[in-house]
Write a protein that binds this ligand. Structure first.
Ligand SMILES: Nc1ncnc2c1ncn2[C@@H]1O[C@H](COP(=O)(O)OP(=O)(O)OP(=O)(O)O)[C@@H](O)[C@H]1O
Length: 610
């Protein structure tokens, strides 16, 4: 029986639900009247500054004492200043200096802050520690003092001063980007991308940068406003480039003649206030539009990181735990004496202790045990997915004769996704909300198999059909939030088998699904495994699942394998008290599930009676 897994949504003629299009950022921005006004004001400022020579024939620097304090009108539409310079010309040409100064400061801040934040947030470790320390140091220094000292050292050069300001602003960008990267690199879909063999550069470009861009754009608008104000301040103090018309220099002249001609303040004051206010308000509008457009950092999701649990006292005898699987020579995957530890306040906590296992081609090995027994940590050790603070030691972790621990990142990436694939526990968290399903399926396939976009699309559609998705085209063009959890898990299975891997590691692949879908997904996994003769490591806490599809089982307790046996023997003659306890605690003695009855779906929707 096929349970329809449709995403509720307005039905389209022909039965296919239309995909709501995610409205673009510019469209959302233009729907906000405040944003439109701000954009219009800023466009006016930019245009007026750029086209200054077309708008006035007067020179912004030529003085004529005869015209000093000339009123508005005639050859001086906005009047003249204390030495007879044309105010309109100074205003228009001054805009150029302000805009260029703001652009220089923002560009320098982004050039320093974005790459350093990306690297520190993504790789963490020593690089992060050093970069964060430098950022804190720069932020602790009083910005104005640093700027004044720098100007004293480099001389009166506005653009150079703005570049120094960019350096001063860079730690703010660094911190913002680093925080965004840190939050998103914990997302399971980033791990999923890593496991599918994508390199760091590609992961950063595809999954990290889209998240970083939203806060960075907002901060850039704010920094631009700050830079315009500071630049005006420098010019006001007479510390900028000599002899150029700037809004700050106009303010300086106005202050010097505050009592004789207070009107001189109006033009530069208004230009600065209006430009800075427009930038600030635009930043707010951008933030709202980016949030609505889905560019914002995805909400914090459950991470597999857990607090170390108190270790149970009971330690098991080791005899029944001996891995009765293939000898090393025969095995696709061999793990010998694996130990995983984490630093803890009391020293070190061991979460996997002396685990050995092996998996042959075409064999299904179950890792079973209570929550926290170390099943996932064992799987992550093989996949190279342990967090940086974990210490992983083993006599051997080899795949098809190659020692996985000796492989560099590039070689490991070429194995992961291509020959070793992973099906995770939480389907939704493992799909990037920013990309359509088709894109997420095609990316690793194109990378590993080197096929064209068209071939990758055809392959993705065929895979979606193979994993039992009724409308492959629709799902292919959907975003993750537009499909159900069951569909998402099928998509992940499709992605995992897309490059015909030899080994599939499935970590509780049915836990997040409802019971009917669980059964279907298990059937699918078993079918695919037999069809492609893959080795399958199935992490589960469910003995029903074990009985259903495993050939051999390793029972784990508090980080150790306490029993390892062929599945039939485990159920008929469990050796270890912990295994017996687990079996006894399953709800019923009923046989493993029977096939589901083939109930046709109802023709018309059932109306709820009120
Ligand atoms: N980052 C971490 N730091 C410290 N301890 C951790 C970390 N990640 C996992 N652990 C601990 O490792 C132990 C084993 O966790 P693991 O996720 O492998 O359990 P599991 O058997 O897969 O359970 P579940 O089925 O609940 O996922 C747990 O006690 C857990 O608290």
């Amino acid at each position: 029986m096929t349970v329809p897994e449709t995403n509720p949504g307005p039905a389209a003629p022909g039965g296919a639900a239309p995909l709501p299009r995610r409205s673009s950022l510019p469209r959302r921005l233009l729907r906000n009247p405040m944003a439109v006004v701000c954009l219009a004001v800023l466009a006016l400022v930019v245009l007026a500054s750029v086209c200054a020579p077309l708008l006035t024939s007067a020179s912004p620097t030529r003085s004529s004492l005869n015209d000093a304090f000339a009123p508005m009108g005639g050859s001086h539409p906005l009047g003249a200043d204390s030495v007879g310079r044309d105010i309109l010309a100074r205003l228009l040409y001054g805009g150029r200096v302000s805009l260029l100064g703001g652009a220089i400061a923002v560009a320098v801040a982004l050039l320093i802050g974005v790459p350093s934040g990306l690297l520190a947030g993504y790789y963490r470790g020593r690089l992060d520690a050093v970069a964060s320390w430098v950022a804190s140091l720069v932020m602790a220094a009083p910005a104005i003092m640093v700027l004044l000292v720098a100007i004293a050292a480099i001389g009166p050069n506005t653009n150079a001063a703005m570049a120094v300001l960019g350096v001063i602003l860079a730690p703010g960008v660094f911190r913002l980007v680093r925080a965004s990267v840190t939050s998103v690199r914990e997302e399971l879909y980033v791990d999923a991308a890593r496991v599918s063999g994508l390199g760091d550069a590609r992961i950063v470009r595809r999954h990290i940068l889209p998240v970083v861009q939203a806060p960075t754009i907002i901060q850039s608008a704010q920094m631009f406003g700050v830079a315009v104000v500071i630049q005006a301040g420098i010019e006001f103090l007479g510390l900028g480039s000599a002899g150029q018309a700037t809004w700050g220099a106009m303010l300086n002249d106005a202050f010097a003649n505050l009592y004789t001609a207070p009107g001189l303040l109006v033009a530069p004051g208004l230009a600065i206030v209006v430009s800075v206010a427009a930038l600030g308000l635009l930043a707010n509008a951008l933030r709202d539009a980016l949030l609505e457009s889905g560019y914002a950092v995805p909400g914090a999701r459950a991470r597999r990181e857990k607090a170390p649990k108190a270790r149970k006292a009971a330690r098991a005898s080791t005899d029944p735990a001996a891995d009765t699987g293939a000898d090393d020579g025969d095995a696709l995957l061999t793990v010998r004496n694996l130990k995983v530890t984490y630093p803890s306040p009391g020293g070190e906590s061991t979460v996997v202790d002396g685990v050995s296992l092996s998996v042959r081609r075409g064999e299904v090995v179950g890792l079973v045990g209570e929550s926290g027994s170390g099943k996932s940590q064992t799987a992550f050790s093989v996949l190279g997915l342990l967090p940086p603070e974990a210490r992983c030691e083993a006599d051997r972790i080899s795949f098809d004769g190659r020692d996985l621990r000796r492989l560099d990142r590039r070689s490991l990436n070429s194995l992961r996704g291509r020959r070793i694939a992973y099906v995770p526990q939480e389907p939704m968290s493992n799909l990037d909300p920013s990309f359509r399903i088709g894109t997420q399926l095609a990316d690793p396939v194109r990378l590993h198999l080197g096929i064209s976009a068209k071939e990758a699309r055809e392959r993705a559609l065929a895979l979606l059909e193979r994993v039992g998705i009724a409308e492959p085209e629709r799902v292919h063009d959907s975003y993750p939030h537009q499909i159900s959890g069951g569909m998402a898990q099928r998509v992940l299975i499709a992605g995992a088998v897309s490059c015909d891997p030899d080994l599939l590691i499935a970590d509780e692949p049915t836990t997040a699904l409802d019971v009917t879908v669980q059964a279907e997904v298990l059937d699918l996994l078993r079918e695919l495994q037999q069809e492609r003769q893959m080795g399958l490591v199935l992490v589960t806490h469910n003995f029903g699942v074990v009985a259903d599809i495993c050939d051999r089982v390793l029972v784990m307790q508090t980080g150790r394998v306490v029993e390892s046996a062929p599945v039939r023997r485990l159920f008929t003659d469990p050796q270890h008290p912990y295994t017996r306890m687990l079996l006894a605690s399953t709800l019923e003695d009923a046989p493993p599930r029977t096939p589901l009855p083939d109930i046709p779906p109802t023709a018309a929707p059932v109306q709820e009676k009120v």
